[in-house]
Ligand binder design. Structure first.
Ligand SMILES: NC(=O)c1ccc[n+]([C@@H]2O[C@H](COP(=O)([O-])OP(=O)(O)OC[C@H]3O[C@@H](n4cnc5c(N)ncnc54)[C@H](OP(=O)(O)O)[C@@H]3O)[C@@H](O)[C@H]2O)c1
Length: 377
């Protein structure tokens, strides 16, 4: 049971659980996306999903709505292994056992070392019939950011760029407004709402003075993460203003950064985080990602520019791409490319998109996909 190609009642019910889980997209970090469906005598009697840290877990959200008599002897579908530890909320395995659920269908094991098969073991030891691997691939895809966060100790990194047909994100003078149309830019605001944090390189910060907020109805602004090794970007930048309505702003700076600028920024309520710098005096990106993971950032969106995106590709830490392509030709060998850095020497080593999705957004085209490197699948 469990391959993506298979279909049947168990798969259909797990698909429903995944649909429930998706309602939490962009709101659950550092927790995973989890949905649950309860079935009694072949009928769906309850559904629930995890809304965010401190809120009910999906299984409990679904069980809570049920008459205890109906819950007894039911089947429960959940895309991720139920937790078995005391966190902000009590263990889901306890709730499942107390409710008297007979069978539990699970998408994937929880990679969290505090769970990692233990939840399944506890249920089985108490006599519950447990089936693991129902819509395994889909369950993994749903939580691939969380799996990356747990297994690699860093956020899942999505990069976004808006480029001309010839791969430029700005002209030779640095002008980039606007390469794509309104609809594509609205789409970027929708994406921002789904990420926990957002970052841009100092070149972009200086050139565009972006606000990096999600200006859509009901949108939530991601935490702003800025990389300013020497703290020599102008202090009157919008992202450095420290306005009360602003999202949290974390500035990563090297040990030798300007102490006066550091004090000014701290005085405005912004957090300056000291980080290692590499040989070229640039912020160590892996150190930044580790610090972000420690702060519960599961999904990080990088919005350019070309140098920062290039460094991330060179280090093979881009997990996903959102590339907008406009039908304009900018030209010029001095114009800014979407991806700078060193690049690869042979085409066989290129990064490439797998699980691609291509669609038109008004006059532009959006190409999205997960990234595989070299000969990786
Ligand atoms: N169309 C689009 O989608 C889009 C999006 C973004 C930007 N843009 C355009 O792109 C241009 C800016 O791009 P850019 O390539 O010049 O600059 P960038 O990538 O935005 O910034 C590069 C700078 O970021 C800092 N940085 C810190 N750590 C780094 C690391 N590990 N690797 C690389 N950089 C690191 C460095 O500044 P320090 O040396 O000061 O530390 C570096 O010079 C602007 O013209 C902007 O308008 C277009």
């Amino acid at each position: 049971m469990g391959s993506a190609a298979e279909s049947g009642p168990h798969q259909e019910l797990m698909a429903l659980a995944i649909e429930e889980a998706e309602k939490g997209l962009g709101r659950t970090s550092p927790n995973p996306l989890v949905g649950s469906v309860i079935v009694r005598d072949g009928e769906v009697v309850s559904k629930g999903y995890h809304r965010g840290p401190g809120e009910l877990h999906a299984e409990v959200a679904a069980l809570e709505k049920l008459d205890p008599e109906v819950a007894k002897g039911s089947d429960l579908y959940v895309n991720l292994e139920p937790c078995c530890h005391h966190g902000r909320t009590p263990p889901c395995t306890d709730a499942i056992l107390e409710a008297g659920v007979s069978r539990v269908f699970i998408g994937i094991e929880d990679p969290n070392p505090r769970v990692s098969g233990e939840g399944i073991e506890q249920l089985r030891a108490a006599g519950v019939d447990v089936v693991v691997g129902v819509l395994e691939e889909e369950s993994y895809r749903l939580n691939r950011a969380y799996v990356t966060y747990m297994n690699k100790g860093r956020p899942w990194v999505g990069v976004k760029w808006a480029m001309s047909l010839d791969g430029k994100i700005a002209t030779r003078s640095g002008d980039s407004q606007w390469i794509t149309d309104d609809a594509a830019r609205r789409e970027v605001h929708r994406l921002r709402d789904l990420y926990d944090a957002i970052t841009v390189g100092t070149g972009t910060l200086r050139a565009d003075n972006p606000r990096l907020t999600s200006r859509i109805e009901g949108g939530r602004d991601p935490t702003r993460v800025l990389l300013d090794a020497r703290l020599d970007a102008p202090l009157d930048l919008g992202a450095y203003s420290g306005d009360d309505e602003d999202p949290p702003t974390w500035i990563f700076a090297g040990p030798g950064a300007d102490p006066e600028a550091r004090e000014v920024l701290k005085g405005r309520g912004l957090e300056v985080i000291e980080t290692d710098v590499g040989d070229e005096g640039r912020i160590d990106l892996r150190a930044v990602l580790g610090a972000l993971a420690d702060r519960g950032i599961v999904r990080l969106m990088v919005e350019g520019g070309g140098e920062l995106t290039g460094s991330l590709f060179d280090e093979r830490i881009v997990d996903h791409v959102h590339a907008f392509v406009s039908p304009k030709v900018i030209g010029g060998r001095e114009a800014v490319p979407a991806v700078g850095g060193m690049g690869v020497e042979s085409v066989a080593d290129s990064a490439r998109l797998v699980e691609r999705r291509v669609r038109t957004v008004d006059n532009d085209v959006l190409i999205e996909g997960d990234v595989a490197y070299g000969t990786e699948e």
